[in-house]
Design a protein around this ligand. Structure first.
Ligand code: PHB
Length: 390
């Protein structure tokens, strides 16, 4: 008789202990990406990249089970914000990641700051994003990081007069500014700086103007997923055959879209941080596993940034031994360095942006398929925008 209450008490204590213990054993990571709308290729690639990291490295880190929640913001900033609030308040997410376009990443910055939750930007690339919250860390890139090397390459390769064409929002304005200032500082001329609306872009009228300007090259930035429209109109207007070179950041010759763009992309020279054709054992293993897990789909730079974003969160959780305190996670992320499928990368402890190799690539046909074939590189490139302020 005496033992009964004791058994009961023990069982109750076990139940009380078990509830928080269960919650403590799980860490929620929330990914918010556009899975519908014009940036859906970004959502698809990001999701697949992060999931592949978990598939290859297990879903348990430092004894914690990872609960990975993926949400579709349809590319609308008010939805991104609401989803981020829900993930933090209801799911107690320890980190948020993704954000397919600059305005979507910016919408989450105040939530990251207030909740002290790391916001890992794995897509958006306007340079100033990381300044909007001390909890933002970026594993993608910045536009100045590729635009300045592209200008330097153009100057060294006999290109004297350029027309720039960019999508008219944050990253496009960065590309225009940083390419333009580096190119003119080196003696080049910008004949015209054209901005095209991000939504439903029609490049045709602008391309006629480019023809009239007769530059040596057109420098272009459009975000991932929008390159086909530009390239098709470029070739329909006969610009690909007019002797005007196509140069840009690698967003326009996105690996995921090259097959759809087809031969008009041949010969385009771009500067970027990742090509599916990157020749390293890490990248070969990554591409093979990615294609196997995704029905043959090619990874692009968005997939790699999300794969690395997940790698960074895993690393931070290992350092904190599974603790999810935002400041501790941030401290572990600053200065982290690893070998990514794109090569060596480091999180700049000062700026929380990524230091990485920028490659020069040319679109070529290899075994009947189009690739951005790397032919030169600059190691350890920091974001020039922040470097200019330090
Ligand atoms: C952005 O909106 O910051 C962005 C999106 C896609 C890109 C580059 C930048 O390819």
């Amino acid at each position: 008789m005496k033992s009964k209450p004791l058994v009961f008490a023990t069982a109750l204590a076990a139940t009380l202990l078990a509830a928080p213990a269960f919650a403590d054993d799980t860490v929620t990571i929330g990914m918010i990406v556009p899975m519908t709308g014009p940036s859906q290729s970004t959502g698809k690639q990001e999701q697949a990249g992060a999931k592949l990291y978990m598939q290859l490295h297990g879903d348990t880190v430092a004894g914690k089970k990872i609960n990975f929640e993926i949400k579709d913001d349809t590319g609308a900033a008010d939805v991104t914000k609401r989803l981020a609030q829900e993930l933090v308040a209801n799911d107690h997410a320890a980190a948020l990641m993704g954000f397919g376009l600059t305005p979507l990443a910016l919408a989450v910055a105040p939530i990251a700051t207030e909740a002290k939750v790391p916001e890992i930007v794995t897509a958006a690339a306007t340079a100033m994003i990381t300044e909007k919250s001390p909890y933002i860390v970026r594993t993608s890139t910045t536009l100045p990081q590729a635009s300045v090397p592209m200008a330097q390459w153009a100057l060294k390769n006999g290109i004297k007069k350029v027309v720039t064409i960019v999508s008219d929002y944050g990253p496009g304005l960065d590309a225009e500014k940083w390419f333009g200032s580096a190119f003119t500082a080196g003696g080049g001329t910008i004949a015209e700086a054209i901005r095209v609306p991000l939504k439903n872009p029609d490049f045709a009228p602008f391309l006629q103007r480019v023809k009239d300007d007769a530059p040596d090259a057109v420098f272009v930035f459009v975000p991932s997923g929008f390159g086909s429209v530009f390239m098709k109109q470029f070739s329909e207007r006969g610009l690909d055959k007019s002797g005007i070179k196509l140069i840009g950041t690698g967003d326009v010759t996105d690996d995921d879209l090259l097959a759809d763009i087809g031969d008009p992309a041949l010969g385009a020279v771009t500067a970027h941080h990742y090509s599916v054709a990157h020749d390293s054992p890490e990248n070969k293993a990554f591409v093979e596993a990615f294609e196997k897990a995704n029905g043959g789909m090619r990874p692009n730079f968005m997939a790699v940034a999300a794969y690395d974003g997940m790698a960074l969160i895993y690393h931070a959780l290992e350092v904190t031994k599974g603790a999810t305190d935002g400041d501790a996670l941030l401290a572990a992320m600053k200065g982290a360095s690893w070998i990514s499928p794109r090569g060596k990368v480091t999180i700049d402890p000062e700026t929380r942006d990524i230091i990485q190799t920028i490659y020069f690539r040319k679109v070529e046909k290899v075994d009947g398929q189009l690739y951005n074939v790397e032919f030169d590189s600059i190691p350890d490139v920091k974001d020039p925008y922040k470097a200019s302020k330090h």
